[in-house]
Design a protein around this ligand. Structure first.
Ligand code: PHE
Length: 345
């Protein structure tokens, strides 16, 4: 047997080297030298094929024994240096694949928000955000809902346990993005093309409601703005968000801060307004809209004889769930943080 196969020597040499090491790094270098992909032990195994067939079994066994011995002494040394008990099956070859970090992606609600922002941008709408913890004044009074008005009940508001302000009243978790309307007007920059997207809160929970959700709200104030502009913007949104062949319809409704007021419906993606098993009526309800009430313009310091405007607003999650192709039947999934659900989007 030639020199390079002097197995006894190889073991001795290893032991000698191990005795000298004092740091984990040195030890690691030795591990690589002996057990690495191109290490001494691997090379030994490849030598097996070079000897005559009848000697192969015997040599293979010897090398295997050497390998086990080498592993044992190295583990022992490692235990001494690191103070960690030697464990059987220590992976001296560092062959275990590394752990891949999970790479996340944007949450579906953020995806929906980004999409909405992108759709409105070419029309000149700028995204803004107003406080999520808001004064009662901006959420109601400024929107033509005086303190004792029963319409306020519809907003099932959370109140913050804090001292009220003489002018602005109590603090609330904003129950809708309409609270941003008068704030935007008070900035004093006309004309207005606002897209207010924000987290809102209401005391409600079931398959289509969560206590904390997102709304997006459009507000346009300019000279000679009429319902045709509102309808045009809504149709533009519907065809861009839901699909080219979709359209909206305005149904008379009542809000204190718009006059006239509407509920916006979108035609069913399957029957397009005729009525089918899925939608029953042919139309699905999106949310509220209307022409800004003169009292609201007044609260915003805008002369309603010179300026008019429209507003619309509704839930981001709900709108996203109605999009063709997304079969989400319970809004609470969106907030459940279950990766099996979230990874699908
Ligand atoms: N803020 C209303 C709501 O939350 C919707 C709405 C917005 C209605 C703008 C009219 C104009 O229900």
């Amino acid at each position: 047997m030639n020199d390079s196969l002097n197995l006894e020597n190889i073991k001795k040499e290893l032991e000698e080297k191990l005795r000298k090491v004092s740091s984990e790094q040195d030890l690691l270098n030795i591990q690589i030298e002996y057990f690495g992909k191109k290490g001494i032990l691997r090379q030994l195994f490849s030598k097996v094929l070079e000897v005559p067939v009848e000697q192969r079994k015997d040599l293979g066994e010897k090398i295997n024994n050497l390998k086990k011995e080498a592993e044992r002494v190295t583990s022992e040394r490692r235990a001494k240096i690191t103070g960690v008990e030697a464990v059987e099956n220590t992976d001296l070859y560092d062959s275990l694949p590394g752990r891949k970090p999970e790479i996340g992606h944007i949450h579906i609600i953020s995806q929906a928000i980004n999409e909405i922002v992108d759709i409105f941008k070419p029309l000149g709408f700028t995204r803004v955000r107003y406080p999520e913890v808001e004064w009662e004044y901006y959420a109601f009074e400024a929107l033509n809902m005086p303190l004792t008005h029963p319409a306020r009940d519809e907003w099932e508001t959370f109140f913050i346990n804090a001292a009220p302000d003489k002018k602005y009243g109590r603090m609330v978790v904003t129950p809708h993005t309409s609270s941003g309307q008068v704030r935007e007007m008070l900035k004093g920059n006309l004309p207005i093309r606002m897209l207010n997207i924000s987290r809102c809160g209401r005391r409600q929970i079931d398959i289509s409601h969560v206590p904390s959700f997102y709304q997006f709200e459009g507000l346009v104030v300019d000279k000679e703005i009429s319902t045709t502009h509102l309808k045009g913007v809504l149709d533009y949104f519907a065809s861009n968000f839901f699909g080219e062949d979709r359209k909206t319809r305005l149904r008379p409704y009542h809000f204190r801060f718009t006059e006239p007021s509407f509920e916006v419906d979108i035609d069913c993606g399957i029957c397009h307004g005729k009525g089918c098993k899925l939608c029953k009526e042919g139309w699905l309800e999106l949310g509220g809209a209307g022409m800004v009430h003169p009292n609201v313009l007044k609260a915003g310091g805008i002369d309603s004889k010179e300026y008019t405007g429209f507003a619309f607003g509704w839930g981001v999650e709900r709108t996203y769930m109605m999009k063709s192709g997304t079969k989400i039947d319970d809004i609470r999934y969106l907030f459940g943080n279950d990766l099996r659900f979230l990874e699908q989007f």
